[in-house]
Write a protein of this length. Structure first.
Length: 127
């Protein structure tokens, strides 16, 4: 006969699994594998400084794309990059050339897949 400890552990494990599955099923945002297309979309948007939202004042170059969360018309990239002047936006050659390197969130928005995405925000994260 199983002990009370084994039963409690089994129930706890099942509860964790149920919570994990519920989180995976939420429609708000989902993690996506970052593809070459995703890389190109981000770099194209970041390179076009004139298409930034008016309140975006931080400009960065991107060294590494760490993660991408996708909503219906919004793309939230987690990147490693450096704060730069307008002439250096795009790809970073390394993380030593520019000051202000670290983790950033870059949010792009697009009305449709055929329209060019717009940079809605760039914020430094505490990672």
């Amino acid at each position: 006969m199983p002990s009370l400890r084994v039963i409690a552990t089994s129930l706890f494990g099942m509860a964790l699994l149920a919570v994990s599955n519920a989180q995976d099923a939420t429609p708000r945002q989902s993690n996506a594998n970052v593809t070459d297309t995703d890389n190109n979309v981000l770099l194209t948007a970041v390179n076009d400084v004139d298409a930034y939202s008016t309140h975006v004042s931080t400009l960065i170059c991107i060294h590494t794309i760490n993660n991408l969360e996708v909503k219906k018309n919004s793309y939230n990239y987690s990147v490693t990059g450096c704060k730069v002047d307008p002439e250096f936006v795009g790809r970073c050659p390394d993380l030593t050339t520019f000051p202000g390197c670290g983790s950033y969130n870059v949010v792009l928005a697009s009305k449709s897949k055929s329209k060019k995405p717009k940079v809605k925000s760039i914020t430094k994260t505490s990672k």
